[in-house]
Ligand binder design. Structure first.
Ligand code: AMP
Length: 176
């Protein structure tokens, strides 16, 4: 576990039993409220990247906040991976498992050029289902995932292992 980011960890609020009993919700809204903490988060996410990607892909919805700031910081475009049914153009979609039932993520089929290098960004990786679906979409569009970057990783749920099994390099600033 990295202790280097304890300043950021201190800005993340944990709310027990949200959205349901037994869940420890890691709330990044308190981190976003802190100007220095938010800026440091973006700088450190960027410094995990060995090379500048062509695009940053953010996952609906909290991933958009970090992905947009990171894209501006690096000078790249921003690709939005949204819950299915929200994007107006032609899309491709991937289903993933939730604790009860399934959900679907979608992206515009023409959002990235074949061969584009895309870095995936979300606030948190838990079981990895969401990020695996997002990575598969990018690969299906003919692009390659240069890495997946999270502010928070929940190690017990082994999402990073699932994503690594898909051949994706995984980075998290803070682990619980
Ligand atoms: P998963 O697909 O299980 O990796 O879940 C990841 C998604 O669910 C991320 O977009 C997170 O924002 C959200 N999420 C899952 N668990 C938590 C948690 N304990 N606290 C905050 N967000 C969570």
């Amino acid at each position: 576990m990295t202790r280097d980011n304890d300043d950021l960890r201190a800005l993340i609020r944990t709310i027990s039993d949200f959205p349901k009993p037994g869940i420890q919700f890691r709330d990044i809204t308190t981190l976003l409220l802190d100007a220095q903490g938010f800026a440091a988060t973006i700088e450190r996410l960027a410094s995990q990247m060995e090379e500048k990607p062509d695009l940053i892909a953010g996952i609906d919805a909290r991933g958009f906040v970090f992905a947009a700031a990171l894209a501006l910081h690096l000078g790249t475009g921003l690709l939005l991976i949204r819950k299915d049914g929200k994007l107006p153009g032609e899309t491709i979609a991937e289903e993933y498992a939730l604790e009860y039932g399934t959900d679907r993520l979608a992206m515009h089929v023409d959002a990235c050029a074949p061969g584009a290098k895309v870095a995936l960004v979300d606030d948190l990786i838990a079981t990895g289902g969401t990020a695996v679906a997002a990575a598969r979409l990018i690969e299906r569009a003919g692009a390659s995932v240069t890495g997946a970057h999270f502010v928070i990783g929940l190690t017990e749920l082994e999402g990073s292992e699932r994503l690594r099994a898909e051949g994706v390099n995984v980075h998290a600033l803070i682990e619980y």
